[in-house]
Design a protein around this ligand. Structure first.
Ligand code: HEM
Length: 420
């Protein structure tokens, strides 16, 4: 997609060029076909919602169910679309695949264990993990920031928080690697990794039940509401979704965030000056702006119409899949001034990067903590960090829901080996 694109025809989506920079195509859709029916690479037809106002409305509309059973797809294609939940694995009965009243009950229970306070108390641990990972490459003068930093940080952080023993965390790192490499499609590698993770989590929950600690899994086991507890399956599915929803998203927050800063030297210098002065305000607004500008979640997860409804003037039929394009909504000029400009101090920044409505990201406080700690520490310890590749050569992962780089090669003046 480029400026020469025929304005009468919809842009080609899901190409290599689109994966590299989807924003021109989204601008076209917002203007000419804001609720656009398209065939996805899996063959499924779905509506893409690209304007901010429509996106916000659709995210909060309870007539759009998260339960894949509402999908009207022909039976022969079932299980081949990549729509989560179609594989019927026990782990798939989780928050992102269910509606009220089950969703309300489970979300209330998990919120009792996964509290903002628990996250705040975790801050020193996130700082420690961040420093340990940077120690691993700081004296080399070069690194692949995805592989050596953005990828391991969230997996170790959430494993620690859940209470996965240190000696088992590399298994999680491997399983997560298989899931991310396969892009979430219904392929063998992912299914195997999910199965192993489930078996491990069920066993860990058994063990914790015997010996409750102050970790999050023990908190999930303890959490009760009007006499209700999570069943063992529900607790395993919950631990899984915390890992799964909190992992690749945070990898991409760090990866896309660093990449955006390296491409916007003025904003990066502004942030470094503010960090050097010991301020945290610009860091906080900056991470929100990075989520808006090039966030980790390109399309919100699936929704399916349960009855006829209208979004942005377009009638949607029962059973139709709807994908809300967060990345397009967050660049809508009707909502944001200069939407294509990165402004780390942007105020009035109600972006949709964490979603909206009852499925609003449960892990947002943890994601903010990790994003802020990662960026502040990198820019402070490696102040002359620069890209070590031509931006055109960087490869983006071609997943549907997520947007993130496969690698992010950087170079910098090495830290002295004896520096702490
Ligand atoms: C839901 C984004 C990190 C756990 C969501 C949704 C979005 C999102 C857009 C809503 C999806 C929808 O409505 O279809 C992000 C981003 C993150 C991030 C951009 C990082 C920058 C995390 C972390 C965790 C987490 C660290 C947990 C450890 C969840 C859960 C849900 C969710 C459990 C489902 C909530 C529900 O359905 O009630 N996230 N997320 N997320 N997120 Fe996050």
């Amino acid at each position: 997609m480029n400026a020469a694109h025929d304005p009468a025809a919809p842009p080609e989506l899901f190409t290599w060029e689109f994966a590299t920079d989807p924003y021109p195509a989204y601008a076209w859709l917002r203007e000419h076909a804001p609720v656009h029916r398209t065939r996805l690479p899996s063959g499924v037809e779905a509506w893409l919602v690209t304007r901010y106002a429509d996106a916000r409305q659709a995210l909060a509309d309870q007539r759009l169910s998260k339960n894949p059973a509402h999908h009207d797809e022909p039976a022969h294609a079932k299980g081949k679309t990549g729509i989560p939940g179609e594989r019927k694995a026990e782990l798939m009965t989780h928050l992102l695949n269910i509606d009220p009243p089950d969703h309300t009950r489970l979300r209330r229970l998990v919120s009792k264990a996964f509290t903002p306070r628990r996250v705040a108390e975790f801050a020193p641990r996130v700082q420690e993990l961040t420093d340990r990972l940077i120690d691993g490459f700081a004296t080399k003068g070069e690194a692949d920031l995805i592989h050596e930093f953005a990828f391991p940080l969230p997996i170790y952080a959430i494993c620690d928080m859940l209470g996965v023993p240190a000696e088992d965390q590399d298994d999680f790192r491997d399983w997560a690697g298989q899931m991310i490499r396969h892009g979430g499609g219904p392929r063998g590698g992912v299914a195997r990794a999910v199965k192993r993770m489930r078996a491990y989590l069920v066993d860990l929950i058994h063990r914790k039940r015997e010996d409750l600690g102050d970790d999050l899994i023990s908190g999930l086991i303890r959490a009760s509401d009007h006499g209700e507890h999570l069943t063992e399956n529900e607790a395993a599915a919950m631990a899984f979704i915390l890992l799964f929803a909190g992992f690749e998203t945070t990898v991409n927050l760090i990866g896309n965030g660093v990449y955006a800063l390296l491409g916007n030297p003025g904003e990066r210098a502004r942030l470094q000056a503010s960090l050097a002065a010991g301020e945290t305000g610009l860091l906080a607004t900056g991470v929100e702006e990075l989520l808006r500008y090039d966030g980790p979640v390109e399309l919100a997860t699936w929704r399916f119409a349960t009855e006829p409804l209208t979004v942005g003037g377009q009638r949607i039929e029962p059973g139709d899949p709807v994908l809300v394009v967060l990345a397009a909504a967050d660049r809508d000029p009707e909502r944001f001034d200069d939407p294509d400009t990165l402004d780390l101090g942007r105020s009035d920044n109600q972006h949709l990067g964490y979603g909206h409505g009852i499925h609003y990201c449960l892990g947002a406080p943890l994601a903010r903590l990790e994003g802020q700690t990662a960026l502040a520490t990198l820019l402070t310890r490696l102040p002359d960090l620069r890209l070590a590749a031509d931006p055109d050569e960087l490869r983006w992962r071609g997943g549907l829901i997520m947007r993130g780089l496969r690698t992010l090669p950087v170079e910098f003046t090495p830290e002295k080996a004896d520096a702490t």
